[in-house]
Design a protein around this ligand. Structure first.
Ligand SMILES: C[S@@+](CC[C@H](N)C(=O)[O-])C[C@H]1O[C@@H](n2cnc3c(N)ncnc32)[C@H](O)[C@@H]1O
Length: 242
C-alpha cells in the first residue's frame, strides 16, 4: 500500500481540535488523550478503506460527527462498565469510541466480514486495548452458542448501529445473551422514532420492556436510538407481565 496515496485527508491536530469541540458541545467528557486515540482509529480506518470497504464517510467533519459523536451521545445512557456486545460493528462503531471513552468496559465486537475483522485486530492491537474481543461470526450463530469467556449472567448491553433490526435479533440475542436488567440499544435509520409493531410484539415475547426513545440532533436533523430493557425474573412473575 502506498502510504502517501492513503494519507488521511486531515492533520491530527485539526481532527483532535474538532473532535474535542464537538464532544464538549455534546456534553461528552472526552480527554485530549482519548481524542488522539479516536484519531488513530479514524486514520487507520481511512488507510484500510482503500482496500476494504469500511465506510463511505471519509471527511473530517463526517467522521467526527456521524461516526464518533454519534456513537458516544446515545452511549451516555449505556453502562460505563460491565459487558457490551456490539453487533455488526463494521470498522468498530459504536464499540471502539465507547471503549476509548470508558476503558473499564468489556467490549465484544461481533462482525461477519473477515476483512473487517482483520482491520479491527490491527487497530485494537495498535491502541493496546485490554478488555476488547473481536468475534468473526454471524450474529445468528453467535446468538445460539455459548463461549467460555462470556459473562455468565449475560451482557449488560447489546448495541446495534446501522444494522437492520430483525425480530430475531430481539428474540435470539436478547433472550440468549442479555443479562436481566440489561439494555438493548438500536441506532435506527432516520425518522424511525418508534419501533415498528412487529418489533414491539417480538420485544414483549423476548422479555424486553420498551424505554422512551432517545432523540438527538448532530446538525443534520433528528436521530433516534430505541432502547429496551430486559425484564428481571422477579418482574416476570408480577401479574400481567408473564
Ligand atoms: C452498515 S454496517 C454498520 C457498521 C457499524 N455498526 C457502523 O455503525 O458504522 C453493517 C455491518 O454489519 C455486518 N453484518 C451484516 N450481517 C451480519 C451478521 N449476520 N452478523 C454479523 N455482522 C453482520 C456487515 O458486515 C457490516 O460491517
Amino acid at each position: 500500500m502506498n502510504p502517501i496515496a492513503h494519507r488521511p485527508p486531515f492533520p491530527e491536530d485539526a481532527f483532535v481540535r474538532r473532535l474535542l469541540s464537538a464532544a464538549e458541545t455534546a456534553g461528552i467528557p472526552l480527554s485530549q488523550a482519548q481524542a488522539l486515540r479516536c484519531h488513530r482509529h479514524a486514520a487507520r480506518m481511512l488507510q484500510w478503506n482503500a482496500s476494504v470497504n469500511l465506510t463511505r464517510i471519509v471527511d473530517l467533519e463526517g467522521i467526527v460527527s456521524k461516526h464518533i459523536i454519534d456513537s458516544l451521545v446515545p452511549g451516555t445512557l449505556l453502562p460505563h462498565r460491565g459487558w457490551v456486545l456490539d453487533v455488526g460493528t463494521g470498522p468498530g462503531f459504536p464499540g471502539i469510541p465507547l471503549k476509548i471513552l470508558h476503558p473499564e468496559l468489556q467490549i465484544v465486537l461481533l462482525e461477519s466480514a473477515r476483512k473487517k475483522c482483520s482491520f479491527l485486530k490491527v487497530i485494537v492491537a495498535e491502541l493496546a486495548m485490554d478488555g476488547i474481543r473481536i468475534v468473526n461470526e454471524k450474529w445468528e450463530r453467535f446468538a445460539v452458542r455459548t463461549y467460555s469467556w462470556e459473562p455468565v449472567e449475560g451482557y449488560d448491553a447489546i448495541v446495534m448501529r446501522a444494522v437492520r433490526l430483525e425480530p430475531d435479533h430481539l428474540l435470539l440475542l436478547a433472550r440468549g445473551k442479555l443479562a436481566p436488567g440489561g439494555l438493548f440499544a438500536w441506532w435506527t435509520t432516520a425518522h424511525a422514532d418508534t419501533a415498528p409493531a412487529i418489533l414491539t410484539q417480538t420485544a414483549r415475547q423476548a422479555g424486553l420492556e420498551p424505554l422512551p426513545p432517545f432523540q438527538y440532533d448532530l446538525g443534520g436533523g433528528p436521530r433516534h436510538v430505541l432502547f429496551w430493557r430486559r425484564i428481571r425474573q422477579e418482574q416476570l412473575s408480577e401479574p400481567g407481565l408473564s
